[in-house]
Design a protein around this ligand. Structure first.
Ligand SMILES: O=C(O)[C@@H](CO)OP(=O)(O)O
Length: 200
């Protein structure tokens, strides 16, 4: 009996390159969403949850359009957020990132991630397959949590648009990371959203 959580970053949104915070999916984002839908199509999905922001909502709709048995539901627990601020352990190189982020945003992010972990990283009876369509930092936080890594380590993780990260828990065992940012379903030209260029 295993509880699987499939963490999917939303597809690329229009004008992302121009710094707009949210928006409808770009044509590339639509295609990414269709391809992750195909990748997930063989699974007996129990639930699909998504961030309420438009880019995640549209990704969920694109998945539902291809998987008619799926009925995605929004949850504010998957909203985009910044999970923590600078801690004593955070390398100084990350300090500039926090320049424009307020204390209130950091407090809200921490509270949201605490609630999200308590909501989703709990054992449910039987085999469970859940999809969470959310944002880069939220996925980073879940992966960090599963690995038991220091708080600041979420900053060292990135996921591509519609990349697939899978975590799982077998009855009586800890959560494990099965795969991180798997982009095998995406052709090279659709592997967007990662700050560093992959050398291979
Ligand atoms: O703004 C970003 O870089 C990330 C942060 O989580 O968000 P998104 O996945 O929505 O692009």
């Amino acid at each position: 009996m295993t509880h699987y959580i499939y963490l999917v970053r939303h597809g690329e949104h229009q004008d992302a390159e121009h710094g707009l915070a949210d928006g409808p999916l770009s044509p590339r984002g639509q295609r990414q969403a269709e391809l992750i839908a195909d990748r997930l199509s063989g699974l007996p999905l129990d639930a699909v949850w998504h961030s309420p922001l438009l880019r995640a909502n549209e990704t969920a709709r694109a998945i539902a359009a291809r998987l008619p048995s799926v009925d995605p539901e929004p949850t504010a627990l998957l909203f985009d957020c910044v999970p923590t601020g600078m801690t004593e352990e955070t390398p100084a190189a990350y300090e500039p990132f926090f320049g424009s982020i307020t204390e209130a945003e950091l407090e809200a992010g921490r509270a949201q991630m605490f609630d999200a972990v308590n909501e989703f990283l709990v054992r449910k009876p039987g085999d469970v397959h859940e999809v969470l369509i959310t944002h880069n930092f939220v996925i980073s936080w879940f992966v960090r949590e599963v690995l038991g890594a220091p708080e600041w380590r979420w900053m060292t993780l990135n996921q591509a648009h519609c990349g697939l990260t899978v975590i799982a828990q077998k009855q009586g065992r800890p959560w494990t990371l099965l795969t991180h940012n798997d982009t095998g379903h995406l052709p090279v030209e659709l592997r967007t959203g990662i700050p560093d260029t992959m050398p291979v």
